[in-house]
Design a protein around this ligand. Sequence first.
Ligand SMILES: C[S@@+](CC[C@H](N)C(=O)[O-])C[C@H]1O[C@@H](n2cnc3c(N)ncnc32)[C@H](O)[C@@H]1O
Length: 268
Amino acid sequence: MNSVQRLPDKNRIAHAFGKAASSYDSYACLQRDIANKLFSHLDVSEPVSILDLGSGTGYCAGILSQRFPDATIISLDLADAMLRYARANSNKQQQDTSEFWLCGDAENLPFADQSFDLVISNLTIQWCENPHRVFSELFRVMKSGAQASVSTLAEQTLMELKESWAAIDSYVHVNEFLSCEKIVQFSETQPFTSAKNIHTREIWYYDSLGALTNELKGIGAHNQNSGQASGLTGKSKLKKLKQTFENRRVDGKGIPVTYDLVQLHLVK
Ligand SMILES: C[S@@+](CC[C@H](N)C(=O)[O-])C[C@H]1O[C@@H](n2cnc3c(N)ncnc32)[C@H](O)[C@@H]1O
């Protein structure tokens, strides 16, 4: 159960997301849509202290500060450049001192036990090597009765891209994700008093392979797994990949891409 995923080292993850800080918002429609889904299930009254875990450019913190203007909101992210961008673009930074930005790791949170009434984490924990550690840290920093709403991606995510690549070579070209069952099992290692898990397949349609890969790059989420091909991918391979991916096109819609979404709404 404590087994770890195969992910690149954290410096590399932080570097990729940090590099994407200024382009992220232009490409992050899916991330905003999923954040909105997460918020639609949020049923909590007047939290005093809130953690946005893996806060990126600050979309969730922005919603939280409007919804809970009196709360203290801490945005934590591995990528310093994401935090600097979020801070510079926060509505509240001029007048208010109740929003803070902190560089840190979801697997080793720099907070005392029982610090937060609410934790939001949108599309972050799939980047963590040890999900058991993430849930145990989450549980530790939540106050008794606190709520955590977490979204993450499971194994069918980007399966169309993965299958297209598999027809061409055996390198790892697409980030790998845990199954929904495994994710839920990891959350169940902590004694939450209630847990609602929502598993949905979100299908997004893209105009081309380039539109998808530009989006992944634009948000900093392009493939970072070990086992990826070193050096540039040859032109002939890319041409074949484009064609294989293109063969999936649905008339009038575009090329479907699956995002295997898991939401966990947990109460301590
Ligand atoms: C896909 S973005 C999501 C950002 C934001 N939550 C949103 O909804 O737009 C994932 C974020 O998680 C951060 N991240 C990745 N691994 C992390 C870790 N171990 N601890 C904290 N943040 C991490 C990345 O730097 C990135 O900003």
